[in-house]
Design a protein. Structure first.
Length: 114
């Protein structure tokens, strides 16, 4: 499985961005897709995940502001980010899991200015 993320950029605090991640290859093996982020000097952390069955999980820091969605064929993953804060600044990575394997896309940088 290959993952290609896009949609990062510079936005002012309070603004919105939508990240996309396109999966290719053996996408039928994917059970869970998600987004993680890594801020400068910090460890990578989970942002949100969504299972093929539709169950979602969000980090407390983004609940009510971010929405994860996915197409029915596990082909494209989205992260709608609203009410962005400077502390959301990070490199965002898409991730997929299935059949005991884990895949990562390249990161996309999100910068939120105050």
């Amino acid at each position: 499985v290959q993952l290609q993320a896009s949609g990062g950029g510079l936005v002012q605090a309070g603004g919105s961005l939508r990240l996309s991640c396109t999966a290719s290859g053996n996408i039928f093996s994917i059970a869970v897709m998600g987004w993680h982020r890594q801020a400068p000097g910090k460890q990578r952390e989970l942002v949100a995940t969504r299972t093929k069955g539709g169950a979602t999980l969000y980090a407390d820091s983004v609940k009510g502001r971010f929405t994860i969605s996915i197409d029915n064929f596990m082909h494209r993953l989205y992260l709608q980010m609203d009410s962005l804060k400077p502390e959301d600044t990070a490199v965002y990575y898409c991730n997929a899991n299935g059949r005991a394997r884990e895949y990562w896309g390249q990161g996309t940088l999100v910068t939120v200015s105050s």
